[in-house]
Each structure stands twice: as structure tokens, then as C-alpha cells.
Ligand binder design. Sequence first.
Ligand code: SF4
Ligand code: SF4
Length: 97
Amino acid sequence: MKEPTCLRCGKCCFLVNPKTYEPLGIKCRFLIKVSATRYTCRIYNQKDRLYRDIGHDNKCCLRHQSPRNYKGCPYNILKPSNPLLGEKNDKNNKKEV
Ligand code: SF4
Ligand code: SF4
């Protein structure tokens, strides 16, 4: 199976409240905008993808280690089209940010 491609949208590189996990609207200091829709990272030399998430304690980790969902991110745990993504499963699914 082909691996999904990171869109380099940068949504996963914003600081969160360490207790509630809510986004704070503050981008990681290493995130660099390279075009209207694309970002890159100053310290991780990932040409084609970011594939990282700024998670609890605001530490950067690999995207697959994160349970978070981001709008349009191909690495989301459950896709919006997945029938399991209902209210019943909210406890297993972080809100998309
Ligand atoms: S891992 Fe997902 S949220 Fe992060 S930059 Fe790539 S597509 Fe965007
Ligand atoms: S990949 Fe990690 S260090 Fe780089 S900008 Fe994103 S959160 Fe920051």
C-alpha cells in the first residue's frame, strides 16, 4: 500500500495547551512558510513532508505517534468518511484542529 503524502500544511506544528491539548494559535518557532499553503521545518530536513506533530508538553514527535486529527491530514487516525467516526467514538478520536 502506498504511504500517504504529507501536505506540508503545517497544522501539526502549533503549540498546544499541555493540559487540555487545545491549540494555542502559536506556531513552533522552527516552522517556516515557503508558499501560501506550504511549510517546512528549520531543524528537520524533510523536503517532502513534515510528518511531525507537536504534542503533549509541546514536544515534537513523529506524526504516527500522535492521536490527533488535523483537517485534511492523510495521517489522521480515522478519516471523516469512516463510519466509526461518530459521537460514540469521540473518546477515541481527538477533535480535528
Ligand atoms: S503531517 Fe498532516 S497536519 Fe502535519 S504538515 Fe503533514 S499533512 Fe499537515
Ligand atoms: S517538525 Fe517539529 S520542530 Fe519542525 S516546525 Fe514542526 S513541530 Fe516544530
